[in-house]
Design a binder for this molecule. Sequence first.
Ligand code: ATP
Length: 406
Amino acid sequence: MRIGIDDTDSPAGMCTTYLGAVLIHRLKEAGISVTGQRLIRLNPNVIYKTRGNAAICIEAKGDTDAAFRIAAACIDELAEFDEEKTNPGLVVAETRLPVSFYLQAVTGFCTTEEAEAVCRAAGARVRKWKNGRGIIGATAACAAEQDDMTSEILAYRDPNDKGERTVDRESLFRAEEETFPHTWDTVDTANDCIVCFPHTPDPVIFGIRGESPEWVKKARSYVKSQEPVIEIIYRTNQGTDAHLLEGDIASLVDGCSYRLTGVVADTPETGRGGHVSFLITDPSGVVRCMAYEPTKGFRDIIRALAPGDEITICGSYKNGSINLEKLHVISCAEIIRQRPPLCPSCGKRMKSDGVNKGWKCRRCKTRAEEPEIIHEPRTVSPGWYEVPPSARRHLAKPLCRDVPPE
Ligand code: ATP
């Protein structure tokens, strides 16, 4: 069976992944064997999300009725019901749910009714709390299927402990040094900051992401922190670009994320707050791209783009512009400038002799018909560029996993 759960937390505490870890323990105690657990991120632009739009799915073998009862009791006990936006959902499915529902939930939008219809058709058991929106994520987590998966090890504290976390900073840098690129986003070396723990009052002490359970365990072995009450390794769609749709500019839908290829249409500008923007065009239209201030050094790459550069961009289309996650510079346009030529006799720069009349040396009276052509050196070269770990979305595939084909 697959047990899907979503929407149990609030900004004030709890985390659905922690509830999953507790539930696994209780299922095992009840004699239900747990064969796997998955942390599934869904469309990052969904407005109902508390933080990272995560849902979980536990794979188990045993008494379905008992599993349903234990899971429901766990949600009753641990979910943050006081928060208006917390609307838990539970799905227990004995047959596979259609992967198309997961794809819709990770790349687009779904309704509670659609999730219920999918569960009904598969004979899955469902329970909703409050408005029950959580069954969208719970259904999608059960339906999720994709070849490319990564891992995350999560260490938790007591959920009542809402103070500062105690994690040794140097040990996190060591973990990154010893295991990168097989693990990523533990720290942001370029910006000298820690990425792998939240600053919110939830039970996560830290989480380390990587290619496999073995790699995240290895990285974890370097980390010194307060004593966790539980640790768990989830298989996950994080870092896989599962949210990206192939598209052209005319087909962009607000709240969806895309990979699209086009040509830079104007000179990038730095606006208020340090946000950098430019226009990209393809045969179907033109759209603004944004690199916001938190993307730090990535903005220098954007500022170095020039009209005519051919690029592929990845990012979410929201409120009329694309928020960039990464970028492939396919080819750089030549930037050509003209200036008056040097006088071949005296070496002084000549002056214009009027519109379309060529150039003339004031001193020697020498004439020239052609200007001097300057090829401006480019400071960006073809290749892939990405936002730093501190600004990366959970689903975005880091370049260290493999540089996408040029
Ligand atoms: P949690 O740790 O509780 O899962 P979160 O940041 O992951 O926190 P949720 O609190 O789960 O966010 O809120 C997301 C809500 O949006 C859930 O009710 C989920 O079912 C719903 N949801 C997820 N994906 C979609 C989607 N593609 N379309 C519509 N609703 C969605």
